[in-house]
Design a protein around this ligand. Structure first.
Ligand code: AP5
Ligand code: ZN
Length: 216
């Protein structure tokens, strides 16, 4: 299955991507995680992306598209994937269609996670992420068993530089201006599957899995 996960910052894309991808035995590919890995390794790509990320802006398309093109050429995604954080605007969506068409494939579904702005701010302010694998938790709603340590892999948890409240508000504006139009783009092609992404994490996963099964 080839799935795109779309939704505002803090909607739970990273959280749900892990579980949905595991349930479907497909790799989850997160452009945010790839950028953050490059930033922490100090690569030229990471240095270029960091300025945009810290300001809450999108990394320019020519940088992002090149990176995704390379990732989607890897053998592990040949049989399917779950894309988290890409496409982020209509230009990226068109390129994704082209990349898939070059391989005689196409998208199966675009799962939209819906959450209100007020909950987003609360979720992001408590978010912690692990350095080794990008696993996500929340200090109140999904607290790690040992403070500061990832439950999944034991590595150190940190707070993202772009998770300051003013940057989060700007990321929400960027989402509404640049990414939300994708909802219409995919809806017109009958690929859009919206679900309410509030309530316990497990319930959201179950809702997503049921919706995906019913979608076909
Ligand atoms: P990216 O990492 O993709 O950030 P984002 O889209 O802003 O999304 P987030 O990672 O903030 O949130 P999420 O939806 O994954 O939520 P999460 O699961 O963590 O991108 C970062 C930056 O990289 C961008 O700003 C841009 O600069 C650049 N970039 C990336 N892709 C790009 C592209 N294609 N083009 C250009 N630039 C790009 O959950 C949030 C919190 O809520 C966590 O603490 C979690 O524990 C908690 N939570 C999750 N589910 C629930 C629940 N059901 N109930 C309560 N709490 C919950
Ligand atoms: Zn971890």
């Amino acid at each position: 299955m080839r799935i795109v996960l779309v939704g505002p910052p803090g909607a739970g894309k990273g959280t749900q991507a892990q579980y949905i991808a595991a349930n479907l035995s497909i790799p989850a590919v997160s452009t945010g995680d790839i950028f953050r890995a490059n930033v922490s390794q100090g690569t030229p790509l990471g240095r270029e992306a960091k300025t945009y990320m810290d300001a809450g802006n999108l990394v320019p398309d020519e940088v992002t598209i090149g990176m995704v093109r390379e990732r989607l050429a890897q053998p592990d995604v040949a049989g399917g994937f779950l894309l988290d954080g890409f496409p982020r605007n209509t230009a990226q969506a068109k390129v994704l269609d082209e990349i898939l068409a070059e391989n005689d494939t196409e998208l199966d579904v675009v799962l939209e996670l819906k959450v209100d702005d007020s909950e987003i701010i609360q979720r992001i302010s408590g978010r912690r992420q692990c350095r080794a694998n990008g696993h996500v938790c929340h200090i109140l709603t999904d607290a790690p068993k040992v403070a500061g340590i990832c439950d999944e892999c034991g590595s150190e948890l940190y707070q993202r530089d772009d998770d300051r409240e003013e940057t989060v508000r700007h990321r929400l504006d960027v989402y509404k201006e640049q990414t939300e139009p994708l909802v219409g783009y995919y809806s017109e092609r009958n690929l859009l599957l919206p679900i309410q992404a509030t309530g316990p994490v497990k319930e959201v996963t179950e809702r997503a899995m049921t919706a995906l099964r019913e979608f076909g």
